[in-house]
Write a protein that binds this ligand. Structure first.
Ligand code: UD1
Ligand code: MG
Length: 435
């Protein structure tokens, strides 16, 4: 293993240790800081409980802070060997310069400090800090989504600049079947950056809208992070050093502490939740995936792992784009009598039917296909339709479920789809792409 890691095993061990510490610190801080957060106004009502108690919200901010500390603390370890080699241990500038002149005169190898690798780290930190501030602002002020929608793209600018300078690949491999028409590579040019910015906008927002039941925001993020880490491991465990080793080590060193802080948060947020994660966590988690996948050059793999989120977004589109009214909360409805969750609904009155006939027909068709619960009155007018989220759809299919059962089944679905995505990436891709 040490051979495959090309001597990078020590930073990896430090990263694992820091992740363990990050877990412990988040675990304790989330517990201790709850009352402080409530006092500061960060609190929310758990809508799927009998008591409808207020519990601390925005605990993702604690995770983000601990995470950023861990990542910043890791920098000296990640670059220890390079710093020593570039300064020859002394660090005295004149001595080092003289040594370098000597080396050049003698035609010997001159060690250069990997500034590009350091700029990857720093740009990742800038992006993550930007998104953490956006999340906090959202938890504080409940910003309208049309106002906050593009902010993740701004947060991604440092990443895109580093990508451009460091890697710069904007072409995609064309499937074998299309190669006679398009050639082996299709250069998307500037469009590739638009695509990466779109992923940066999509990933944080998509996690925030697959939310509303205890534990689901964290458990889906953990599954994605674990699958990304497994993908990294596949590259690192090859018997020969893979050319992408550095990218995947970079990715792992950002994912491991994320897994640490998320496990701590999940412990407090799982049913029955003692804290809420807040938008800070959803945005932050989404951006961690963007950072590792853009700087690790595997943004298309991330898209495969986000398939459930893509489905939820497409399914939500009628409500997000205003064809069907979108209430402030679409989370499943708690039936106090049975203690189970049922699909939440949008009511339609006889006076307020869909504005366009085609929408009404579309809703009825979805109802017949069992892709929506539709209730109509004796005259065929809509009475109510379930809200367009994958959580509600699951309840339409499975019937009423307890909150933790629903979260568990959704997490399992995320894992199955993600594993299939990785399988497609590593096995089926060989059928349409030559390795
Ligand atoms: C997004 C969803 C919204 C959903 C909400 C739930 C869209 C467009 N927006 O809005 O439909 O209702 O997330 O997070 O799809 N809550 C619970 N139990 C939980 C988690 C949250 O009751 O397990 C409630 C709490 O009252 C909490 C609130 O949801 O205070 C948090 O909502 P917030 O994250 O502010 O909603 P949005 O992200 O704007
Ligand atoms: Mg939210």
């Amino acid at each position: 293993l040490a051979n495959a890691l090309q001597g990078h095993d020590k930073p990896l061990i430090v990263s694992l240790a820091l992740s363990g510490l990050a877990f412990c610190a988040s675990f304790a801080l989330i517990r201790w800081l709850g009352p402080t957060f409530v006092k500061a106004g960060f609190k929310g009502v758990d809508m799927a409980k009998h008591s409808r108690r207020e519990i601390p919200e925005c605990m993702g901010a604690v995770c983000a802070a601990v995470y950023l500390f861990a990542i910043i603390l890791f920098i000296p370890f990640a670059f220890y060997k390079d710093v020593v080699a570039a300064t020859s241990g002394g660090g005295n500038r004149d001595v080092v310069l003289q040594q370098q002149v000597n080396h050049v005169q003698e035609g010997r190898f001159l060690h250069r400090f990997p500034h590009s690798k350091l700029s990857s780290y720093l740009s990742a930190i800038v992006s993550l800090q930007t998104i953490a501030s956006l999340g906090l602002a959202d938890d504080l002020f409940d910003i309208r989504w049309r106002h906050k929608f593009f902010i993740p793209a701004f947060a991604a600018i440092p990443l895109l600049v580093v990508y451009r300078v460091d890697f710069g690949v904007t072409s995609i491999v064309v499937p074998l079947q299309l190669q006679p028409y398009l050639g082996p590579l299709l250069d998307l040019g500037g469009l590739y950056y638009v695509y990466m910015a779109a992923v940066a906008i999509f990933s944080p927002n998509s996690i925030n809208i697959l939310a509303g039941i205890n534990g689901i925001e964290v458990s889906q993020s953990l599954v994605i992070a674990l699958l990304l880490a497994a993908n990294d491991a596949l590259y690192l465990l090859t018997p020969y050093p893979h050319p992408a080793t550095d990218s995947h080590l970079f990715s792992l060193s950002f994912l491991l502490p994320f897994i640490g802080v998320s496990l701590a948060l999940l412990r407090h947020n799982w049913y029955p939740a003692r804290v809420f994660v807040g938008d800070t966590y959803c945005y932050f988690a989404g951006m961690v995936f963007v950072v590792v996948s853009i700087l690790g050059h595997f943004s298309k793999t991330l898209v495969l792992l986000l398939l459930p989120q893509i489905f939820n977004f497409l399914y939500s589109a009628p409500q997000l784009f205003g064809l069907v009214p979108c209430p402030r909360h679409r989370l499943p409805r708690f039936n106090a009598r049975s203690g189970l969750l049922e699909p939440s609904v949008t009511p339609w009155s006889p006076a307020r039917q869909p504005r366009w006939g085609i929408v009404g027909r579309g809703l009825r068709l979805l109802g017949r296909l069992r892709l929506l619960r539709v209730v109509v009155d004796g005259e065929g007018r809509l009475v109510e339709t379930s809200n367009f989220t994958v959580l509600n759809l699951w309840l339409v299919w499975r019937g009423p479920l307890r909150e933790d059962r629903l979260a568990l089944e959704m997490t399992a679905a995320q894992a199955v789809v993600g594993l299939f995505g990785l399988f497609v990436r590593h096995r089926l891709a060989l059928l349409i792409f030559k390795e």
